[in-house]
Unconditional design. Structure first.
Length: 497
C-alpha cells in the first residue's frame, strides 16, 4: 500500500536587484460578496474561475481513479464496506450498524462520525459503494477551491494557482483516494475553508467552519480547538482583538471539552464493551521513539516536497499538531507512515501554511534577499515537485490502459458473487465485501459472534493452496459447507441445508 511551468507573477521591473526576487504587492483579504455579484465577477474575469476549473479537473481525476479501482476489485481494506453499511443504515432510517466490525456493532461506538449521515439521501437513490467513492472525490476536489483562493489572495493569481495544483496532486490526497472511502473526506474541505477564512481575517467564518469537525471524527475536535486558538493568535493585533480573542478561546475550550466527552462518554455509550476501543493502541512499545525513523520520514514528506520547509515559519502548522500527536503517540505502525488516508487532513494545513509563510517573507522588511527570493520562487517549485512525484503515486494509474479494462477474470468473479441471493448472511474477506454490502448482510471473517452465515466468500489469491472447506470448519465447527463455485482465485462456500 501504501509539466508545464507555473511562473510567479510580479512586475519584475528594472529596479529589481540581481539575485533578488521582484517585489509583488501583497493583496489584502478580500471582503465577502453576495453570490450573484461573485458569479458576475467570475463571468467578467475568467482568471477568477481558475480555482473552480482546477477543482473540476481534480474531481474528474479523483473520481476516475477511485471508480476504476472499484471496477477492478482493487479495494484496499474493509473500510468501504463498513461505511456503506453505516450509510445504508441511515438511508433506511435505522441505526448505523456495521456488522463487518462485529455482529450488531453500532458505528458510533467505533468512531464518532455522524457526518456520514449526510450521504444517506443520495445513497437512497443510488444504493452502491460507488456513491461513497464519488462523494469523497467531490469533497477532496472542493477543498482545492479555498486553498487556491486563499493562496491567490496572499501571493497573486499564478503563484496561488501553482499552490492549488501542488495541493491537488499532493501525496496525502492521492493516498487517501487510493484506499477507498473514509469519513475524513468531510474534514478536508472544512479545514481548508476554515483556514481560508482565517487568512482573510473573517474570524467568525473561520470558527463556524471549524466547529463541524466535531461530527466528522472524535480526534478532529482537537483540530477544531487548534483552529480556534489560531483565530485568537491571528486576531490579537486587530481592532476587534478583545472580543474575537475571547470568543475564539471560548470555542477552543468548548470543542476540546466536547472532544474529551466524545472519547470518554459518547463513544462508550454506543460501544458494547462500554469503552473506546482505540485506547489500546495508544502508548505501548518504547513510546514516541518507537518507529522514530518512520515518523521522521513522514515529517520530511509533509514539509519538504510540499512546502520546501518554509511552512515552519507559519503558526498555521499548529492545526497539524493534534493529528500528528495521536498518530505518533500510538503503538499502531499504520498510523506513523505516509500510506493510507491519515495525512489527507494535513494537506490543506501545510499548503496554506506555506502560502502564509511566503506572504510573511514578502512583507518582512528585514528579510534576507535569498530568503525573499526563495519565498518568491517556491510556489511554482512545489507544483513542479508534485508533478514530478505523481508518476510514483496513485494518479499515475490513469495513464495506464489496464486501469480502464475490466478483465474476464474480474467478470467471472462478479458472476460468482451474483449467485449469492439478496439479503443473505455472508462472511467475507476484503475483496468481496464492497460488492455485497449494498444487498447482503456482510461480516468479516470470524466476526459473526455466534451466527452461522449462509455463504462464505473468500479472496483466496494470497493463499492459493488453502483448504477452504477446512478453513470453514475452523470458523464454524458445527456447520457444514460445500464449495458453490470458484473463479479467479475466489471461492464461494454455501451452507449445507
Amino acid at each position: 500500500m501504501h509539466g508545464t511551468s507555473l511562473a510567479p507573477t510580479g512586475p519584475g521591473g528594472a529596479g529589481a536587484g540581481a539575485g533578488q526576487a521582484p517585489q509583488d504587492p501583497i493583496p489584502g483579504p478580500a471582503p465577502c460578496r453576495p453570490l450573484r455579484e461573485h458569479v458576475r465577477g467570475l463571468t467578467r474575469d475568467p482568471g477568477a474561475a481558475a480555482p473552480y476549473a482546477l477543482a473540476l479537473a481534480l474531481f474528474c481525476a479523483y473520481a476516475t481513479l477511485t471508480v476504476c479501482r472499484y471496477r477492478l476489485m482493487a479495494s484496499a481494506s474493509w473500510d468501504l464496506g463498513i461505511f456503506e453499511q453505516a450509510v445504508r443504515g441511515y438511508a433506511e432510517l435505522r441505526a448505523p450498524i456495521a456488522d463487518i466490525k462485529g455482529r450488531g456493532t453500532h458505528i458510533l461506538g467505533d468512531h464518532f462520525s455522524p457526518v456520514t449521515a449526510l450521504l444517506a439521501p443520495v445513497y437512497r437513490v443510488f444504493p452502491t459503494p460507488v456513491t461513497l467513492l464519488i462523494a469523497q472525490a467531490a469533497l477532496f476536489a472542493l477543498s482545492a477551491v479555498p486553498v487556491t483562493r486563499a493562496a491567490s489572495r496572499l501571493l497573486g493569481r499564478r503563484p496561488g494557482l501553482a499552490l492549488g495544483v501542488a495541493y491537488g496532486l499532493s501525496w496525502g490526497l492521492q493516498r487517501a483516494i487510493a484506499v477507498d472511502f473514509h469519513e475524513i473526506a468531510f474534514a478536508v474541505p472544512l479545514i481548508a475553508f476554515s483556514l481560508e477564512a482565517l487568512l482573510a481575517h473573517r474570524w467568525r467564518a473561520a470558527l463556524w467552519w471549524a466547529v463541524p469537525l466535531l461530527l466528522v471524527k472524535e480526534d478532529l475536535g482537537l483540530t477544531a480547538a487548534a483552529l480556534a486558538v489560531l483565530v485568537a493568535v491571528r486576531a490579537r493585533r486587530t481592532p476587534e482583538a478583545s472580543r474575537v480573542v475571547r470568543h475564539a478561546l471560548g470555542v477552543a475550550a468548548l470543542t476540546a471539552l466536547t472532544a474529551v466527552l466524545t472519547f470518554t462518554v459518547v463513544i462508550p455509550a454506543f460501544n458494547t464493551a462500554d469503552t473506546y476501543d482505540y485506547w489500546a493502541k495508544m502508548g505501548g512499545g518504547s513510546g514516541p521513539l518507537d518507529g522514530a525513523d518512520i515518523k521522521f520520514r513522514t515529517l520530511l514528506w509533509l514539509l519538504l516536497p510540499t512546502t520546501g520547509l518554509l511552512a515552519l515559519r507559519s503558526p498555521l502548522l499548529l492545526a497539524a499538531v493534534p493529528t500528528l500527536g495521536w498518530r505518533f503517540l500510538s503503538s499502531e505502525e499504520h498510523y506513523w507512515g505516509t500510506a493510507w488516508h491519515y495525512s489527507a487532513v494535513l494537506m490543506p494545513v501545510v499548503t496554506l501554511a506555506l502560502a502564509d509563510a511566503c506572504a510573511g517573507v514578502r512583507r518582512a522588511s528585514r528579510a534576507r534577499p535569498w530568503v525573499r527570493s526563495y519565498a518568491y520562487h517556491l510556489p511554482p517549485a512545489v507544483a513542479a515537485a508534485a508533478l514530478a512525484l505523481t508518476p510514483s503515486l496513485p494518479l499515475s494509474a490513469l495513464t495506464e490502459p489496464a486501469a480502464y479494462t475490466v478483465t474476464d477474470e474480474v467478470r467471472a468473479v462478479e458472476a460468482l458473487l451474483e449467485r449469492i441471493p439478496d439479503g443473505a448472511d455472508v462472511e467475507a474477506n476484503t475483496a468481496p465485501i464492497s460488492r455485497l454490502t449494498s444487498r447482503c448482510r456482510v461480516f468479516w471473517l470470524g466476526n459473526t459472534r455466534g451466527l452461522t452465515p449462509d455463504f462464505i466468500a473468500l479472496d483466496n489469491r494470497r493463499a492459493p493452496g488453502r483448504d477452504t472447506l477446512a478453513y470453514a470448519r475452523q470458523l464454524h465447527p458445527k456447520a457444514a459447507y460445500r464449495i458453490a463455485g470458484e473463479a479467479g482465485g475466489f471461492v464461494l462456500l454455501e451452507l449445507r441445508s
